[in-house]
Design a protein around this ligand. Structure first.
Ligand code: NGF
Length: 293
């Protein structure tokens, strides 16, 4: 079994202008992550993959291409969560057959599902696929907050091996770390990686690692060595970059930066704005010159 700890890029997907998947570009993004960013793994089918705007067949296609390109070079986690449980199971079976190291699923959203319903959602995917599961908790987008006692209930299922914690609640993170020393906890906000690392996370999953993966690893490893001042200096530079990215359009700007690196990262998928304006493209050039040269 692959080591699931470390730095995971939340994989971006290259789209053509008409919204179809650009396979060549997607393969280039994967290679860039493996060869240049030296990530430990990829989180495929997450928010960063614009997943919730795609059809089931498109999601499968992305899982297939990512596995075919990465082979066994790095660990692969497939995000299969969907408000449609049947789709989540179908995707989970597909990714498991492809050989993904673990599944992950966002907490079901939109309707106000009860905790027993959420628990049943995870247990159904696990039962049907036989694979491991990492809970994807992102309360600011889903409105679903899971507390320590509820995590304890979920973790009673030995196939639920961890949580992708995309939140700024460091009290909850500290409580989770203390209560579940043997479960995997991944930080989900790249700009908060240092405080999360100090609290003892096992890894991080982030969109900006597609272009800033080397600095992310430095922050993580320096914090593990107790070199907090040095780690903070790198987090400061990282956050200057992230501030620039967030202010210019998150996924479009990361794709623009990849284009500047010679990777055909393509367009975003509508209803997201497909492309950057000329003024935004100029900002991408400035970010590239300042942070990626
Ligand atoms: O993009 C979002 C949510 N969050 C990502 C990451 O948690 C998402 C984070 O890297 C992810 O892993 C996935 O599912 O694809 C942020 O983009 C970053 O910290 C900037 O705020 O909007």
């Amino acid at each position: 079994m692959k080591n699931l700890k470390g730095i995971f890029s939340a994989l971006l997907v290259s789209f053509n202008e008409d919204g179809t998947i650009n396979e060549k570009g997607l393969r280039q993004i994967i290679r860039h992550n493996i060869d240049k960013m030296k990530v430990d793994g990829l989180y495929v089918g997450g928010s960063t993959g614009e997943n919730f705007m795609l059809s089931t067949e498109e999601k499968k296609e992305i899982f297939r291409i990512a596995k075919d390109e990465a082979k066994d070079q790095i660990a692969l986690i497939a995000q299969v969560g969907s408000v449609n449980l049947k789709e989540a199971v179908e995707l989970g079976k597909y990714a498991t057959e492809l050989g993904y190291d673990s599944l992950s699923a966002v907490t079901p959203f939109y309707y106000k599902f009860s905790f027993p319903e959420i628990k049943n959602f995870y247990e159904t995917i696990i039962r049907e696929t036989g694979n491991k599961m990492i809970v994807y908790s992102i309360p600011f987008l889903t409105g679903v907050n899971i507390g320590v006692n509820q995590f304890a209930e979920l973790f009673e299922n030995e196939k639920i091996i961890g949580v992708k914690f995309t939140a700024g609640d460091f009290y909850l993170l500290e409580r989770l770390r203390k209560a579940f020393p043997n479960h995997l906890i991944y930080a989900g906000f790249d700009e908060m990686m240092l405080p999360a690392s100090v609290l003892g996370i096992d890894g991080a999953i982030g969109s900006t690692f597609n272009v800033n993966g080397v600095r992310a690893r430095q922050i993580f490893e320096l914090a593990q060595q107790g070199k907090i001042k040095e780690a903070l200096e790198i987090q400061n530079v990282t956050n200057d970059l992230i501030e620039g990215i967030l202010g210019n359009g998150l996924y479009q700007t990361i794709k623009g930066l990849l284009e500047e690196e010679g990777v055909n990262a393509g367009y975003c998928r509508e209803p997201m704005t497909k492309d950057l304006t000329p003024a935004q493209k100029q900002i991408v050039k400035e970010l590239k010159a300042k942070f990626l040269s």
